[in-house]
Design a protein. Structure first.
Length: 426
């Protein structure tokens, strides 16, 4: 498959062309009446400086600038006991600034030493069927699960290709299951098999190739009760012949006077799977993130622990669903223990709606780094503002600065500047 097909304008035309013939069948029904479409634009600058580089890479800086477009279309359903519909996503990334010696930010295709293309794009179509409160989707998917977190932290989101089923027949209970056979990474346009990251390192073979699988199976559910203030979750994920993973989670929110207290707890147990293509795997992960909110202030404290002989496994290249997942480090190395303190402020409390600020600090230790104890730490500052009125209403500006230090992996200084806008087409 060509990884760099034509730009988004052709993708939009393709979506329109595919849906128009259905108008004779669905005219006057919910298919078009309940359709929605949005176009999100994202201008993204990313800079990451490396110091005390650990490993063979000679790269000292990754810096790129790009413009992204994300078109999301979702039809309604045809009438009748079985409803049919179509979803579509069109993605376009345009290079604004890059060079081989600064490549590899995840905004554009290409690693260090490679020249990024001028643009890359993708069109994904999903067929869907609905019976009562049960929905089947086949095609381009974007699941967001405890065992497979949605990754949208660069220019464009990643997607998967496969089938999923979601059922909400019982009030408060959402059940899901699915099988994925390939992925389109956040900085690629083609379909790729799925690999694994253990801790912070992609698992590769002797030839330095990523070890992959063409099947990710998942099943699980979330049950909300106590007026939706409490949720319990049970999930299973399997990257065939690489690893399998079980998850149990609990979330709760409790108002007490002027305060709202929250808890987010989770436990993962992961082992090798099938043919053991990545060898044996032994990881248990626990995380807890507690919060207290009053007015515009929200305070967080968190603890996360890795147990067993290996780091936390996840699909390449996705964010982890752990409580101490942050922009640069994930604090998920073998035997690592980490603590988080975080503070967010919503300036709407001072009469400035749309302005948000946050700072967090995470410190980890007890890492099995071979002959010594590995330690790391990270400090992040986020500032964002969404314009509330005028010709630039809903334009968002976000600035992020991260400083990460470690005695067993590369130190990082990072800056991001993101301008975004979402236009509702219909």
């Amino acid at each position: 498959m060509n990884q760099y097909p034509n730009p988004l304008s052709r993708a939009i035309a393709s979506v329109v062309t595919m849906t128009l013939p259905l108008s004779s069948l669905a005219d006057g029904s919910g298919f078009f009446e309940n359709s929605t479409a949005t176009l999100t634009t994202r201008n993204y600058y990313f800079s990451r400086d490396f110091s005390d580089t650990v490993g063979p890479s000679p790269q000292s800086r990754a810096e790129e600038w790009a413009q992204g477009f994300i078109l999301n279309y979702a039809s309604g359903y045809t009438p009748g006991p079985i409803g049919f519909g179509i979803d579509a996503i069109g993605l376009l990334g345009i290079k604004l600034d890059s060079s081989p010696e600064r490549a590899g930010t995840g905004l554009l295709p290409g690693a260090y030493g490679q020249r990024a293309p001028d643009d890359y794009s993708r069109l994904g179509i999903t067929a869907k069927l609905k019976v009562s409160k049960t929905e089947l989707k086949v095609g381009e998917l974007q699941p967001n699960l405890p065992v497979l977190a949605l990754t949208d932290n660069r220019l464009l989101p990643n997607t998967y290709q496969g089938a999923s089923i979601l059922s909400s027949e019982i009030s408060g209970l959402n059940l899901q299951a699915g099988q994925l056979h390939s992925t389109s990474l956040r900085s690629e346009a083609g379909d790729e098999p799925m690999g694994a990251i253990i801790g912070f390192t992609p698992r590769r073979d002797a030839q330095k190739n990523l070890i992959t699988s063409d099947r990710f199976n998942y099943a699980g559910g979330d049950y909300s009760f106590n007026q939706n203030r409490s949720t319990v979750s049970l999930w299973y994920g399997q990257l065939e012949n690489l690893y399998n993973q079980r998850f149990a989670g609990f979330k709760h929110s409790e108002p007490v006077g002027l305060w709202t207290f929250g808890a987010n707890l989770g436990y993962f147990k992961s082992n090798e799977d099938g043919k053991r293509l990545i060898g044996t795997l032994d990881n248990q992960a626990f995380y807890s993130l507690l919060s207290a909110k009053r007015g515009g202030n929200t305070f967080y404290v968190g603890y996360q622990g890795m147990y067993g002989n290996d780091g936390f496994p996840r699909v390449f290249v996705t964010v982890s669903p752990l409580g101490n997942e942050v922009p640069t480090y994930e604090f998920a190395s073998a035997r690592e223990r980490s603590w988080q303190a975080r503070y967010d402020y919503d300036f709407a409390a001072l009469g400035v709606p749309g302005l948000l600020a946050g700072v967090r600090y995470i410190k980890g230790d007890n890492v099995d780094a071979g002959s010594f104890e590995g330690k790391d730490r990270e400090r992040d500052i986020d500032l964002s503002y969404t314009i509330q009125s005028g010709i630039l209403k809903n334009v968002g500006i976000r600035v992020r600065n991260a400083v990460a230090r470690s005695n067993y992996r590369t130190d990082i200084d990072e800056n991001r500047l993101i301008l975004s806008y979402t236009l509702k087409l219909f």
